[in-house]
Ligand binder design. Structure first.
Ligand SMILES: *Cc1c(COP(=O)(O)O)cnc(C)c1O
Length: 460
């Protein structure tokens, strides 16, 4: 049978197939806003299709950020997309839920304020770190002014392994960063080295619970005790801020006896990312202070709300409220035991994978995933490929396993890092191992291969 061409007047009666419309065979408007719009379905298909070229987030072992949530959480987030976190008068229940999260997290970290916790939600740990750093700077200035001393040269002590948000804090708020450099196989700050850098202009020491370079915890208690000794000897009273972007939602569940939080007297403030091991999709962090005395009053803006008082400490104004709602969903849906089980599983997978990689031959572990479920490893002299080659080769199979060099003094050290999160199963770990072995065979069959020396694909 011969198909007849459809007549123009019949055309409106038939449905154009999704990929048969004209918009699908023409370039998409890219840099100038088009004069007229598109059908919503066509716009949706075009953009979704373009995003296929992004990496698959479930095979992304580079990111610390949540890539899987339950359908109920997704539905709740979709239903609350329209809520603006800052509109506390229009959305008092969203504000109440934020307050509940602050209280739950503050108690998880053994804060001292038994009645009412002091803290807030943020867009992530970076904003939370800025708020924590500002409070330290303000408190230091108060102390110095009270003693009639100059306040023009504040400094902050931290390890060279800090996340970029602390370099930002120092540059934006004009604080001199003082770094404890890496040395040999010490990749983080130690109490002894930190104290050497402290003086009366030190606004605080940042201690990291879960270094982005290798997933290790720094020793908060030791830094506390060394600062106690410093106070006895030199009279300097220096506070600690803990950057627990990852560890804040891991240590309470997996290392409950480890004293790193408000149980340690000098810890005045802590930040965490709800969107890392707090298990919420990107867009939420938390800043918590030991008690309200640690948050200077003149940093807080008081907005009038129907005769009531709404205190606000934030860099942003408008921000999605649904991230905070999703955090509360996780807290009550999972409970302590749920978080513990999920992170224990991730840790088992991380330590299993690290153990297997150590036995492959050409690799040495830098860490093993026993703090947060994150570990780093490097190549040894049995390898005829670099970490950058391995990262590139695995990308062909869809895996995103970043390779990067360490900072000063260990720029010579290049590693691969795996972040094992909820949704990365033991079975997926076995698939990755199989692909690593295939890559090793590939390089073994090419003895003329010259290992790639750089090409850092690290995102902190
Ligand atoms: C991820 C991370 C940050 C930044 O957190 P965001 O939530 O991405 O802003 C800061 N510090 C550490 C240790 C981190 O791991």
């Amino acid at each position: 049978m011969v198909h007849k061409v459809v007549k123009k007047e019949e055309l409106s009666a038939c449905v154009t197939p999704a990929y048969g419309s004209r918009a699908m065979s023409e370039p998409v408007p890219k840099y100038t806003m088009p004069k007229t719009g598109l059908d919503p379905k066509i716009a949706y298909d075009l953009i979704r299709d373009e995003l296929i070229l992004d990496g698959n987030s479930r095979l992304n072992l580079a990111t610390f950020v949540t890539t899987w949530m339950e359908d109920e959480a997704k539905q709740l987030m979709t239903e609350t997309f329209d809520k603006n976190m800052i509109d506390k008068d229009e959305y008092p229940q969203t504000a109440e839920i934020e307050l509940r999260c602050v209280n739950m997290i503050s108690r998880l970290w053994n804060a001292q304020d038994k009645e009412e916790a002091t803290g807030c939600s943020t867009i992530g740990s970076s904003e939370a770190a800025m708020l924590g750093g500002m409070a330290l700077k303000w408190k230091w200035r108060e102390r110095m002014k009270a003693q009639g001393k100059p306040t023009d040269k504040p400094n902050m002590v931290m390890g060279m392994n800090v996340q970029v948000c602390w370099e930002k804090f120092c540059r934006y708020w004009e604080v001199e960063p003082r770094y404890v450099l890496m040395e040999g196989d010490r990749y983080c700050l130690t109490a002894e080295e930190a104290v050497k850098l402290c003086d009366e202009n030190t606004i605080g020491v940042v201690v990291i619970m879960g270094s982005t370079f290798d997933g290790r915890y720094e020793n908060v208690k030791e830094v506390n005790d060394a600062l106690d000794k410093l106070q006895k000897e030199k009279g300097l009273d220096i506070p600690i801020h803990v950057d627990a972007a990852s560890g804040g939602f891991v240590a309470p569940f997996l290392q409950p006896d480890l004293e790193w939080d408000f149980r340690v007297p000098r810890v005045k403030s802590i930040n965490t990312s709800g969107h890392k091991f707090g298990l919420v999709f990107p867009g939420v962090g938390w800043s918590i202070w030991r008690d309200k005395d640690e948050l200077p009053e003149d940093l807080i803006f008081h907005c009038n709300y129907l005769g009531g008082d709404l205190p606000n400490f934030a860099l942003n104004f408008s921000r999605p409220g649904n991230q905070v709602v999703a955090q509360y969903y996780n807290l009550i849906r999972l409970g302590f035991e749920g978080y513990r089980q999920i992170h224990k599983t991730s840790q088992d997978v991380a330590m299993y994978l690290a153990g297997k990689i150590a036995k492959l031959g050409p690799f040495e572990l830098i860490s093993d995933g026993s703090d947060i479920p994150v570990f780093a490893f490097t190549t040894n002299d049995k390898a005829n490929f670099s970490v950058f080659d391995m990262s590139d080769k695995l990308r062909e199979r869809g895996w995103l396993l970043p390779a990067y060099t360490f900072p000063a003094n260990r720029e010579d050290l290049a590693v691969l890092r795996a972040v094992c999160k909820e949704g990365f199963t033991r079975d997926m770990a076995d698939m990755l191992l199989r692909d690593m072995k295939t890559a090793m065979d590939y390089f073994a069959a090419r003895p003329t291969h010259v290992p790639k020396q750089d090409g850092s694909s690290f995102n902190h």
